[in-house]
Write a protein that binds this ligand. Structure first.
Ligand code: ADP
Ligand code: MG
Ligand code: ZN
Length: 588
């Protein structure tokens, strides 16, 4: 339509057209509805309109056009075109309606989706590990943890051959709780069970039960159990169960109702399934102390599998597992690395193996060597070396005496663990460090060991004070450690004479909500404890000071050596110390 009006055409009135026809100027006329398009004899074109509902010939006759003139003109009639009708009438009226209709449709669709979503909230996003997958974990990938594996083997056996046990009148356990410090392999072990059991293994993290909306947790719990039960015999694994399994009614700061409902639902579900339902619930936590008692009673999680920190042999095995697939130097002794990593969890060791590989790659080596591993031990423990840090001569000297103090005191005491390395290269937050290796074969630690540790910790402070008649902030971390150790000694283990064998502190109290409500000793006892703590620390300090003063020669020698070499390894230190032929001292 736009296009046609763009071509400028003469518009003639009906009387003008009649006159033109009479003057024999018109060649042809095309009629389309009431519109006329004229072509003149001189090939020019024009348009016009005739009267509505009247034949053109009648009109011309009324305007007095001579019939013979009219017969000279070619007159043709064209149908009113459909397209034109569409564009001019249908589209302008229907298009807005159509657009509005579309908008409504979108709105409704959106709303329907929202409503549908509200109904799937209660669905748990439980994951199924089908057996026979490619990269599944096996028991062979889990080092150590012999008892835990044995226990879980049995559980898997229950599911595989229930008849054997049922014939003996034994009941299938319902729940197995894996308990262990972070990184000891709880999740790994559960994954291994998934790989080995050959039954459907469902896994969910307890934190996924809880949402912003009240009631969702319970609904998800129901759904998770229902899904797993349908697939029975099966295993349902709930990771980090302490997220919902906390003791009811002790939390602070509100927002617990939802968690409690979820826990109640778990309790109900575990009671609910019939005795012959072959569903075993596996759960993992590193805080068994905060779990609700109802969760732990027989009939629910009646088996508790404790995952210990790995001992030396386990550590060697774990390292071997994680170094598999990495090129390692021949004759590399993993034993040596294992000896140096007491207190490392499985996760720490996995990290250590990875750090060593990164280190080797960074310095362009082809294989991971023992040196890389040992270097990484300290990196994982204390943070990266900070050789680039600029230290004044005075600061270096203070650090050297401080560390020499620790080392000398440790070496002088009867019950202390052997010094294994002394260094004044700063690492992470530490200006320097003295490593000693606890003897692991004894799990129990005695009072005299604690006191030796405390004395060794005070050694740095005492050395600084003796040599420089001044103290630096470098000892502040030592003092914090000493305070903690002394507190445990007095109030947790009952190892001081004054307070006696009373455990005022226990592990459960680290949970905020309970520490405040359950402080089970009076202000008078608290004062007595504080006093005793300072007495214990003071005594350790005096012992350290006595050693440092009476063995000043050795202190000077060690710190000189440290200033020269920066690092003293076990052998070097021992030779130096033994050249003085001191006697071992006992702590009081
Ligand atoms: P958590 O007990 O906190 O669940 P994980 O099971 O997630 O710890 O362990 C973390 C990582 O540590 C594992 O992926 C694995 O690489 C390593 N690891 C822990 N324990 C062992 C072990 N006994 N044997 C081999 N690797 C282990
Ligand atoms: Mg875990
Ligand atoms: Zn120190």
């Amino acid at each position: 339509m736009l296009f046609s009006t763009m071509v400028e055409q003469k518009k003639l009135s009906i009387s003008e057209i009649a006159a033109a026809v009479n003057a024999s100027q018109v060649k042809s006329i095309e009629i389309s509805g009431s519109n006329l398009s004229l072509t003149m004899k001189d090939e020019s074109e024009a348009t016009g309109r005739k009267e509505e509902g009247e034949a053109l010939s009648t009109t011309f006759r009324n305007y007095g056009v001579a019939p013979e003139r009219l017969s000279e003109v070619v007159i043709s009639v064209k149908d009113e075109s459909g397209a034109r009708f569409l564009w001019e009438i249908v589209v302008p009226t229907l298009l807005p309606l159509l657009v509005m209709g579309l908008i409504f449709w979108f709105l409704f669709r959106q709303a329907r989706q929202g409503a549908a979503q509200a109904f799937t909230f209660g669905r748990s996003n439980i994951r199924l590990f089908a057996g026979g997958e490619k990269d599944q974990t096996t028991f062979a990938e889990v080092a150590g943890l012999k008892e835990a594996k044995q226990e879980l083997f049995e559980v898997v056996d229950f599911l595989k051959n229930p008849k054997k046990f049922l014939d003996m009148g034994a009941k299938i356990p319902r729940g197995v709780l894996l308990v262990g410090a972070p990184g000891t392999g709880k999740t790994l072990l559960a994954r291994a069970v998934a790989g080995e059991s050959g039954v459907p293994f469902f896994s969910i993290s307890a934190s996924e039960f809880v949402e912003m909306f009240v009631g969702v947790g319970a609904a998800r719990t129901r759904d998770a159990f229902a899904t797993a039960k349908k697939a029975a015999p099966a295993i349902l694994f709930i990771d980090e169960i302490d997220a919902v399994g906390r003791q009811r009614g002790v939390g602070m700061g509100g927002g617990n109702d939802e968690r409690e409902q979820t826990l109640n639902q778990i309790l109900t579900e575990m009671d609910g399934f019939e005795r012959d339902t072959q569903l075993i619930v596996l759960a993992a936590t590193n805080r068994p102390d905060v779990l609700d008692a109802a969760l732990l009673r027989p009939g629910r999680f009646d088996r508790r599998v404790v995952l210990d920190m790995p001992d030396m042999n386990d550590r060697e095995e774990i390292l071997a597992i994680h170094l598999k697939g990495k090129p390692i130097e021949e004759g590399l002794s993993l034993r040596k690395v294992a000896i140096r990593t007491p207190g490392f969890s499985g996760a720490d060791l996995a990290n250590l193996a990875n750090e060593a590989a990164i280190l080797a790659a960074r310095i362009g080596k082809q294989k991971v060597s023992e040196v890389d591993l040992l270097e990484s031990v300290e990196k994982v423990m204390l943070g990266p070396e900070r050789k680039g840090r600029i230290i004044s001569d005075k600061e270096r000297k203070v650090t050297a005496y401080h560390e020499a103090g620790h080392a000398l005191v440790a070496a002088s005491l009867e019950n202390s663990d052997p010094v294994h390395k002394v260094s004044i290269v700063s690492r992470g937050f530490a200006g320097g460090y003295t490593l000693k290796l606890p003897n692991e074969e004894n799990r129990l630690r005695t009072r005299s060991q604690f006191l030796s540790d405390l004395t060794m910790i005070m050694g740095g402070y005492a050395a600084e004070e003796t040599v420089f008649s001044d103290m630096s902030t470098g000892a502040s971390n030592d003092l914090k450690k000493a305070a903690m150790l002394a507190r445990d000694l007095v109030a947790r283990y009952g190892m001081s004479e004054k307070i006696g064998p009373v455990a005022y502190l226990n592990d459960e109290m680290t949970f905020l909500g309970r520490e405040i409500s359950d402080k089970n000793y009076s202000e008078a006892s608290a004062a007595k404890i504080d006093e005793e703590i300072s007495v214990v620390i003071k005594r350790a300090y005096e012992m350290a000071k006595k050693i440092v003063i009476s063995r000043r020669k050795a202190l000077d020698a060690i710190s000189q050596e440290l200033l020269k070499k920066e690092v003293l390894e076990e052998g070097e230190f021992r030779n130096l110390y033994e050249s003085f032929k001191f006697k071992k001292l006992a702590v009081a």
